[in-house]
Design a protein around this ligand. Structure first.
Ligand SMILES: Nc1ncnc2c1ncn2[C@@H]1O[C@H](COP(=O)(O)OP(=O)(O)OP(=O)(O)O)[C@@H](O)[C@H]1O
Length: 200
């Protein structure tokens, strides 16, 4: 499984090229930080990777990518459901029996430092806990390609670092992970870098 970017560039109608000549091979077990200043095209490139947007230049090959998952910058959950349920549901959707799904979900929550809050309602989680839960849920859904958009943008420095500290866990998922960010600490927590501020 891999995603290949061949000379990828993009310009919206009437706009300048946001980025160009992007040639990379993205592989499982890597967590790619997609960095660059505001407006450099990070969100646009995530949409291109997802196949939502066609690049105006070059091409993207998604070999063996059946499912693409997203984690957005604002955590969305069901306020009255407990944290555990948020991770159990995608596992049940993949066919795991409830009991096994709960065991696996607790294991995921541990890995994201959420073991203590597994039975707490989503609405009672802190911002950092909620964001880490979104990462755990995104990983539990088992996508070949997981796209994470600015996971620390809404968080203060200390809370952001609790999220950054768990990003490495995503490399254990077996898929390709791409994290758009302008937080240097988030970038450093990833295994690889795609920097849109540097012309290729
Ligand atoms: N659908 C669209 N049509 C036209 N222009 C767009 C469209 N989507 C984004 N743009 C423009 O393309 C540029 C890059 O936007 P994008 O959201 O990809 O950047 P970004 O690096 O993610 O920025 P930020 O860090 O602020 O989220 C911006 O100038 C934006 O206004």
């Amino acid at each position: 499984m891999r995603v290949i970017l061949e000379e990828v560039g993009h310009a919206f109608p009437g706009g300048a090229l946001l980025f160009s000549g992007l040639t990379r091979e993205l592989l499982p077990h890597h967590v790619y930080a997609l960095s660059g200043p505001s407006g450099s095209g990070k969100s646009t490139l995530l949409s291109i990777l997802a196949g939502w947007e066609e690049p105006t230049h070059g091409r993207v090959l998604r070999e063996g990518v059946r499912r693409t998952g997203w984690v957005f910058q604002n955590p969305h959950g069901v306020a009255t459901r407990d944290a555990l349920d948020h991770v159990v549901l995608p596992l049940i959707a993949q066919g795991y029996p409830r009991r096994e799904a709960e065991e696996i979900a607790r294991e995921y929550l541990q890995r994201f430092g959420l073991g203590e809050v597994a039975d707490r309602p989503f609405g009672a989680l802190s911002g950092g806990e909620a964001q880490r839960l979104m990462l755990a849920r995104g990983m539990a859904a088992g996508p070949e390609l997981l796209l994470v958009d600015e996971p620390t943008a809404q968080l203060d420095r200390v809370t952001a670092d609790t999220v950054n500290a768990t990003l490495g866990v995503l490399s254990q998922a077996g898929g390709i992970v791409v994290v758009a960010t302008h937080d240097a600490a988030t970038r450093d927590a990833c295994t690889d870098l795609i920097d849109l501020s540097i012309p290729e």
